[in-house]
Design a protein around this ligand. Structure first.
Ligand code: S3P
Length: 170
């Protein structure tokens, strides 16, 4: 049986990691969160990596990791929100499986990221809601090129079952 990878992408705070972990469990796939994997490889948090080495080095780490993961099968991969802005990452991931983009409103995104512990360097702004709206608009051409799943007003259970159904039928 083919075990094409399932790749969850989308903006920060759309629930990629939580949902990815659940999907992997249901499918019997291995779960990889690209940010967590990079953090464990470099021995720093993403915020530290941005601060000490800059965003460009982080983006290189993402690309190296994608090249490696795209050669494997049976993975559920939750990506950092900016990873798919690099077209080489999209090509490699698309060849290895299906990319699904999770969506949420700017207000929901702000609420979720504010409730979380880990720091998103790109949202350390005076007006994070405005930054989210601007980034969403900039990224929309890429995000909307993937199959989209709205996470608004849905429980985890609903999301997991809807995604599983879609994966099984596609
Ligand atoms: C980023 C999203 C973050 C992390 C980094 C940059 C982005 O991941 O990779 O802070 O450019 O959207 P999450 O989407 O998991 O928050």
């Amino acid at each position: 049986m083919s075990q094409k990878n399932i790749i969850l992408t989308g903006f920060m705070g759309t629930g990629k990691s939580t949902l990815g972990r659940r999907l992997a469990l249901e499918l019997g796939y291995r779960f990889i969160d690209t940010d967590t994997e990079i953090e464990s490889r470099v021995g720093r948090t993403i915020a530290e990596l941005f601060q000490e080495q800059g965003e460009q080095i982080f983006r290189q780490r993402e690309e190296e990791l994608v090249r490696e993961l795209a050669r494997q099968q049976g993975l559920v991969i939750s990506t950092g929100g900016g990873l798919v802005m690099n077209p080489r990452n999209v090509t490699a991931l698309q060849a290895s499986g299906q990319i699904i983009c999770l969506t949420a409103s700017p207000e929901e995104i702000l609420e979720r990221v504010s409730a979380q512990q880990h720091i998103r360097p790109l949202l350390q702004e005076k007006n994070p809601l405005n930054k989210i709206k601007v980034m969403l608009q900039e990224r929309d051409p890429i995000y909307s090129s993937f199959k989209q799943f709205s996470t608004s007003k849905k429980t985890q259970e609903e999301l997991v079952s809807q995604l599983l159904e879609w994966i099984r039928n596609s």
